[in-house]
Design a binder for this molecule. Structure first.
Ligand code: BG6
Length: 487
């Protein structure tokens, strides 16, 4: 594999003993280390309250992080040299003197400084201010995890306060969906080939579906999730980001602002939903008890941390329109939910059927011309077309051309976090969300949030199904259905 190892860096990880550090960030750094992608002199400084000293922290890392590393298992030599990179600072966010301690610990450490805030959003501003109080904000990069705020107002408040301390080019707002390999490949497919461009528009596309379905419930995050819901947790960020990648105009280059400018144009062109029409274009659901792959699972309202009369949605389906020449009138159906029948994330582009079929009615079947970009599991891009069935007569059947990444490219696959962390160290902003994009996304979802907060409750659906029937009815009004309903 060709790659450019990073230049030297000091990567400071706030929330060093948190869930995200354990499951995603430290494993991703380990993978980058093992693959030789990190500068030899680069250091990781974990910051947390719980462990007393470096030895204690390294014990925690050995006990908790190893289990989340590489499906292929841990390479003990690589692991031990990875652990050598880690320093630890015990820090109480409430104590200004602890930041002096952090500054002193970083004094002789090399390279670009990255501060990764793997903490709750309520700590973003206090941490940034404390960093500035000891001048650690200069020549540094800061990474903010989602959720960044609860609505437009609170997100603006965080962005304003962080913006007083860090310039926009120093701020990396992470949306891990943008780091997934097939999302990158969608960009390559669209902008590296002339083939799709003429077809990628209203004249040839009938509708687009974007689904992120999960089998998992809220796990140990009931408290957080009950105050958040699927619209904030998944739609405002991941789904709208995917939508903007699918629908954007070809950018002038892949530099940060060219890509982000084009995504922003899409977000600003989303048709505002009239509050009176919300029930026609937005469905919310909440899972009840059910069975997933033979195992009974409890209702959302009985999960730990969730209010028994909770009106929080665990499922959302939306019909979205984009008001520009390329997409006017093409419905984009977005859907996400917890405790659904399957774990799948995919983008389905349904092209129009032939205007007249000389080959009989089977050539007019929906789904004959279709591109499916599967983000997970089994990352693939498939182009479905019609072909003649062997034998007598002209009977058509759907076949597909397959781009199975793991077969074409045997090595070099990277987890989203690994790619994004390397981008931060390299200083590449294209896959991070700019403030104006985030604002546009909040502005668009707010009328739905407000309407749902003011009235009604989510529709129930049994865990292990595809959500409330209303989500199917919404598509039926457009003479279409969700992909899994076709057969
Ligand atoms: C996170 C959400 O951003 O994305 C979670 O907060 C969700 O609720 C997760 O489970 C899904 O990510 P992935 O990569 O597992 O599909």
């Amino acid at each position: 594999m060709e790659f450019q190892p990073t230049s030297s860096f000091t990567f400071v990880l706030f929330g060093g003993t948190g869930d995200l550090s354990m499951r995603k960030i430290l494993p991703a750094l380990y993978e980058a280390h093992r693959a030789g992608m990190l500068a030899a002199s680069g250091k990781i400084v974990a910051v947390a309250r719980h462990e007393e000293d470096r030895d204690g922290y390294l014990r925690w890392v050995n006990e908790h992080v190893k289990a989340h590393v590489a499906k292929s298992g841990v390479d003990e030599n690589a692991w031990s040299s990875f652990v050598d990179r880690i320093e630890y600072v015990k820090l109480d966010l409430g104590k200004a003197e602890d930041f002096v301690k952090l500054r002193d610990a970083m004094q002789d450490l090399p390279g670009t400084r990255v501060f990764y805030l793997a903490t709750g959003p309520s700590l973003f501003v206090p941490i940034c201010r404390a960093l500035a109080s000891v001048d650690l904000n200069e020549n540094a990069r800061i990474v903010l995890e989602k959720p960044l705020g609860y609505d437009l107002r609170s997100s603006n408040a965080i962005n304003d306060a962080v913006g007083e301390i860090f310039a926009e080019e120093q701020i990396y707002r992470i949306d891990h969906y943008l780091g997934k390999e097939p999302v990158q490949n969608l960009l390559a497919l669209r902008f590296g080939n002339a083939l799709f461009e003429p077809l990628w528009r209203r004249e040839w596309v009938e509708s687009i579906q974007i689904t992120i379905a999960e089998e998992l419930g809220v796990e140990a995050r009931g408290d957080f999730y009950d105050n958040t819901g699927a619209l904030r947790d998944m739609v405002q960020n991941h789904l709208l980001q995917l939508l903007s990648i699918v629908a954007m105009e070809p950018p002038h280059s892949m530099d940060s602002d060219s890509v982000r400018d084009e995504k922003l144009r899409v977000l600003r062109a989303l048709k505002q939903i009239d509050p009176r029409d919300i029930s026609k274009v937005a469905v919310r659901g909440q899972y009840h008890a059910g069975v997933i792959r033979g195992t009974s699972v409890p209702a959302y309202a009985t999960e730990p941390g969730v209010k028994t009369d909770s009106a929080t949605e665990t499922f959302v389906a939306l019909k979205v329109e984009i008001e520009n020449w390329r997409w006017a009138g093409v419905p984009f159906f977005l859907r996400t939910g917890k405790r659904l029948a399957d774990r799948v994330a995919e983008i389905v582009v349904n092209f129009r059927a032939v205007p007249h079929s000389a080959l009989g009615s089977s050539a007019l079947r929906p789904g004959a011309n279709r591109l499916v970009i599967r983000l997970q599991p089994n990352e693939t891009i498939r182009l479905y077309c019609l072909a003649k069935k062997p034998g007598e007569g002209m009977n058509l059947s759907s076949v597909h051309l397959d781009l199975a990444f793991d077969q074409f490219f045997k090595e070099g696959q990277m987890e989203a976090y690994q790619r994004l962390l390397l981008d931060v160290i390299h200083g590449r902003l294209a896959l991070f969300v700019r403030r104006d994009e985030q604002e546009a996304a909040w502005k668009w979802v707010e009328p739905i949030l407000n309407e749902w907060a003011a009235s009604g409750k989510p529709k129930p659906y049994a865990a292990g199904t595809w959500g409330p029937a209303a989500a199917s009815a919404m598509l039926a009004q457009h003479d279409t259905c969700w992909l899994e309903e076709e057969n």
